[in-house]
Design a protein around this ligand. Structure first.
Ligand SMILES: [Zn+2]
Length: 330
């Protein structure tokens, strides 16, 4: 145990300031206070140990964290020595006192009361965060759905391109593009005294466009729409039951995450057919120690691909390939 801390006598006085559970402003006040001041000097804090009767009822209003390296004495167990860095704002309904105390300390005084207060706080935090999340998103559903719909033609075309640049190009040219780019990097064979080794040449952008195992983007967007569409509107996250609110929050999060992840993946995947990426592939294949025979070039809406320039086939690209991919509103 460290040095004894002198606590002013008035800190131990009972301060029955809170007839009802402290509101959000009190939580904010405590969190701001403990950043710069000794915990036990906060105006609302009672530093005496609760007696058995007072300890019979407790509620954890919220938690707080002390700055790194700072520890505070605790009214319940160690009133004169540094003890905890993570605390609870504990409210005692029988007296109206508030104690700022260590998170595990009260357990020994009243284990059941402690466990109940912890789960009540956890549930309340979960409820409030779901409410906040839904309040911030529900109004945006029309915009989110419109964004997804606008992305659908691009998604469908990128899914088509996987077939075109995969099986169809292979039939046409004998080139298995996916096998050339699946690692994401392009290498050259280098002969050394120890034998042939592989040396990094460049990175391929958007190789996942060709990945036969990826979920179709159009399918992923459909799943996002279905998740968001399963929320019964109008939905009131404040009045809803815990079960309904949790279900709605899950659907909303699932739909938005699905959609955002898919749009980001699409933006990356279409770089595969960009002028820059096709040039990288072409230049790589021109190296005499590259293992591929490949000519690929993007020119406007035409993609040339073949074993060499002379034998290259023209693949016309759908103009949606250049359409901007929507951003879902915040
Ligand atoms: Zn304690």
């Amino acid at each position: 145990m460290g040095e004894r801390i002198d606590i002013p006598a008035h800190c131990f006085d009972s301060k029955p300031l809170f007839a009802s559970p402290p509101e959000r402003e009190v939580v904010d006040e405590v969190r701001a206070w403990v950043k710069k001041n000794p915990v036990y000097l906060w105006r609302g804090h009672t530093h005496s140990k609760p007696n058995a009767e007072e300890a019979g009822q407790i509620r954890y209003i919220n938690d707080f964290v002390l700055p790194k390296g700072v520890e505070s004495p605790c009214p319940c167990c160690t009133p004169h020595h540094a003890k905890f860095g993570k605390g609870y704002i504990a409210w005692f309904p029988l007296t109206g006192n508030v104690r700022l105390m260590g998170q595990d300390c009260f357990r020994t005084l009243n284990p059941e009361g402690h466990d109940f207060a912890v789960s009540e706080l956890d549930e309340r935090i979960k409820r409030e965060s779901e409410q906040q999340f839904l309040l911030s998103k529900l109004g945006n559903i029309p915009a989110i759905m419109a964004g997804i719909r606008a992305a659908e033609p691009i998604a469908e075309y990128l899914d088509d391109l996987r077939d075109i640049l995969g099986p169809r190009v292979q039939t046409l040219t004998g080139i298995n593009l996916w096998s050339l780019v699946r690692s994401g990097s392009l290498n050259l064979i280098v002969e050394t005294r120890e034998g042939a080794t592989s040396a990094y040449y460049a990175t391929v952008a958007g190789a996942t466009l060709l990945d036969p195992a990826r979920r179709r983007y159009a399918k992923a967007l459909l799943m996002a729409k279905q998740a968001i569409g399963a929320i019964n509107l109008p939905f009131d996250p404040i009045k809803a039951s815990d079960i309904d609110r949790s279900a709605a929050a899950k659907l909303m999060a699932r739909g938005v995450n699905f959609a955002e992840d898919t749009l980001a993946a699409m933006a990356q995947a279409r770089l595969f057919v960009s002028v820059l990426n096709t040039a990288t592939l072409r230049n790589w294949a021109e190296q005499e120690n590259a293992r591929a025979r490949l000519y690929i070039r993007r020119d406007g809406l035409q993609l040339y691909i073949g074993a060499n320039q002379k034998e290259a086939h023209v693949i016309p690209l759908n103009p949606v390939i250049d359409r901007s991919i929507p951003r879902l509103s915040e």
